[in-house]
Design a protein around this ligand. Structure first.
Ligand SMILES: O=C(COP(=O)(O)O)[C@@H](O)[C@H](O)[C@H](O)COP(=O)(O)O
Length: 281
């Protein structure tokens, strides 16, 4: 990688991360990866422009989308909102055994045409298809780095051997392994699971060797405070923020939740304080 490409990566990473090195990124790939029913709770959010307009107005740092949704909604972004385009996915309609594979759905050049500031690809570490996803990631990373574009790995441990050996995919030992593998492959940002405590998440952060680690939000929490506490612990553990979908778009008015998350991530506010300040308690 030459110096100019390196500068490109640094400059583009700054569109997601503020000076504190942290970011809140809105995830909206669920219509493809989980299916449109994820939008049942607030159906109008199936319309990309409507939800993107709301999250941008609330002050989100970046958004993550698949190429088709970016074509529809990217003009709602502010010039300084980071745009991450994910280039692999899978539907929930596949046979169960094939759910352990993500397939390419676009190319780095498509993301560049859309004005992307980063591209992303998933590797299910421990899947029988791990080899295919490693090759996909390596190809995306090599091309993206040639263009000075950062690459994000969704490093998710998943597969039969993991369940057998660790009991669950969120066991910190295997999440840490996935994060390390992502860092060793040259990821510029890592998105992964919550491991259940700040002590264990700190190990994941250590294993990533300085590559920023962001929480993958997960299903909508029973109450806002529960989710804010997790994000607070991620930050306390040295995590670089969160990539959040359902805890944002499954709320009729996502603005207070986004603002409370920004308080926790960027101002180190206690979860209760942040929730109260935004009228969530
Ligand atoms: O990675 C994804 C799916 O992961 P999953 O298979 O549900 O573990 C993405 O669809 C989401 O971008 C990611 O889960 C973040 O969105 P939320 O989990 O916060 O809804």
């Amino acid at each position: 990688m030459n110096a100019f490409q390196n500068i490109g990566i640094k400059r583009r990473l700054r569109r997601f991360f503020r000076r504190d090195g942290r970011a809140l990124i809105f995830a909206m790939d669920h219509g493809f990866e989980h299916g449109p029913e994820d939008f049942n709770e607030v159906w109008e959010h199936i319309k990309p422009k409507i939800i993107i307009r709301k999250v941008v107005r609330a002050g989100i740092d970046g958004v993550m989308m698949l190429p088709g949704i970016a074509r529809i909604a990217a003009d709602e972004l502010k010039p300084d909102t980071g745009l991450m385009i994910k280039l692999t996915s899978k539907t929930n309609l596949r046979p169960k055994e094939d759910q352990l594979l993500q397939s390419p759905l676009g190319f780095v050049e498509d993301a560049i045409k859309l004005g992307a500031d980063a591209v992303a690809a998933t590797v299910y570490w421990g899947s029988p298809y791990e080899d295919i996803m490693m090759k996909q990631f390596a190809e995306v990373a090599s091309i993206a780095h040639d263009f000075g574009l950062p690459v994000v790995q969704f490093a998710y441990p998943r597969g039969p051997y993991i369940n057998e050996k660790y009991g669950k995919k969120e066991d910190y030992r295997v999440v840490m392994y996935g994060a390390r593998a992502a860092a060793e492959m040259g990821a510029d940002m890592i998105k992964t699971y919550w491991t259940g405590s700040k002590e264990t998440f700190a190990k994941v952060v250590d294993a990533a060797a300085g590559v920023p680690v962001l929480l993958s939000g997960g299903a909508k929490a029973k109450n806002p405070l529960e989710f804010l506490k997790v994000v607070y612990d991620v930050i306390e553990a040295g995590g670089a923020g969160a990539v959040v979908g359902r805890n944002i778009f499954q709320r009729e008015n996502p603005e207070p939740m986004i603002k409370a998350l920004l308080r926790v991530i960027h101002r180190n506010e206690e979860p209760e304080e942040a929730a109260k300040a935004e009228g969530l308690l």
